[in-house]
Write a protein that binds this ligand. Structure first.
Ligand code: BEZ
Ligand code: FE
Length: 290
């Protein structure tokens, strides 16, 4: 294998992988190399441009740590996360649609009883959220783990706030609940607001260079896990948000947009008296049997 040139390099790399014993890895790497080489030929990539790309990816790596996942952001703003989510979540009509996961989920969110205030002091206008979880035949699903997480009024998730000790955050506006015997879930939190994805790093610079904004429409994240059903990762969006048609990460689905109703002070759904305006959101989910 000598004197490889512009015309023979692709075939040479593909041939070098012929001994790979993992068929899926070989399929993926063969296609990746073919597409990468086609891309470089197509745009006639210069050496300076190639080096800028290496520097960009190096910067993405350097800014990434346990609290900041710049590679997920990159995948999100390039639409790759939405593409992978969409092609792996084809569901029968009537099922709730999935959307992007995002980088702010944590495994060990606090567990709360139904009706609890999961805001735990996060800033924002009060919001009472409720709904039911059902199977495709309408059967209510009891015992479903409902993981929810959202940003506060300032547009920050708890994990973006300064830690109380290295790697430790007070968990605010996130929690795990369990549906009751009729498939119901309900909790108190705060009103979600639009927020910009972290844009002080290389991905933000790329958006700026492309003339794009970093904003996401207001939403509440859900992960629903029920025995015998496919896990659902999705959001519910606030109707009339100015960014619904230009979400920086391409995550909006019409079926996931809901009316978050504003109420003047008075009696809240949990029977308490509110001395300030509050909001309510009702959203039901239909899970796909596994
Ligand atoms: C989020 O909704 O939390 C999110 C999704 C993609 C990129 C950044 C944030
Ligand atoms: Fe989010």
């Amino acid at each position: 294998m000598r004197n490889i040139n512009e015309d023979t390099i692709t075939q040479a790399v593909l041939a070098s992988m012929e001994q790979c014993h993992n068929p899926r890895l070989r399929t993926i790497m063969t296609s990746l190399v073919q597409h990468l080489h086609s891309f470089a030929r197509d745009v006639k990539l210069t050496e300076d441009e190639w080096f800028s790309a290496i520097k960009f990816l190096t910067d993405v790596g350097h800014i990434t740590d346990d609290a900041r996942q710049e590679f997920i952001l990159l995948s999100d703003v390039l639409g790759l996360s939405t593409l992978v989510t969409a092609q792996n979540n084809v569901k029968p009509a009537g099922c709730t649609e999935a959307t992007v996961f995002g980088p702010f989920f944590i495994e060990d969110a606090p567990e709360y009883p139904l009706g609890a205030d999961i805001s735990n002091g996060a800033c924002g206008e009060p919001c009472f959220v409720s709904g039911r979880v059902m199977s495709t035949d309408g059967t209510p699903l009891a015992g479903v783990t409902v993981d929810v997480w959202q940003s506060d009024e300032d547009g920050y998730y708890d994990v973006q706030r300064p830690p109380t000790a290295p790697g430790e955050h007070v968990h605010r506006a996130r929690g795990k609940l369990t549906t009751d015997s009729e498939g119901r879930y309900y909790f108190k939190s705060i009103l979600a607001q639009p927020y910009p994805i972290p844009h002080d790093g290389p991905v933000g610079a790329m958006l700026e260079a492309l003339g794009r904004h970093p904003w996401r429409p207001a939403h509440l994240h859900y992960m629903l896990s029920a025995p015998g059903h496919e896990r659902l990762i999705t959001h519910v969006f606030r109707d009339n948000d100015q960014y619904l048609d230009s979400d920086a990460v391409f995550g909006v689905r019409s079926t996931l947009i809901s009316d978050w109703v504003r109420h003047d002070e008075g009696t809240a759904p949990d029977g308490t008296t509110m001395d300030r305006p509050f909001h309510t959101l009702k959203y039901d989910f239909v899970l796909n049997p596994a």
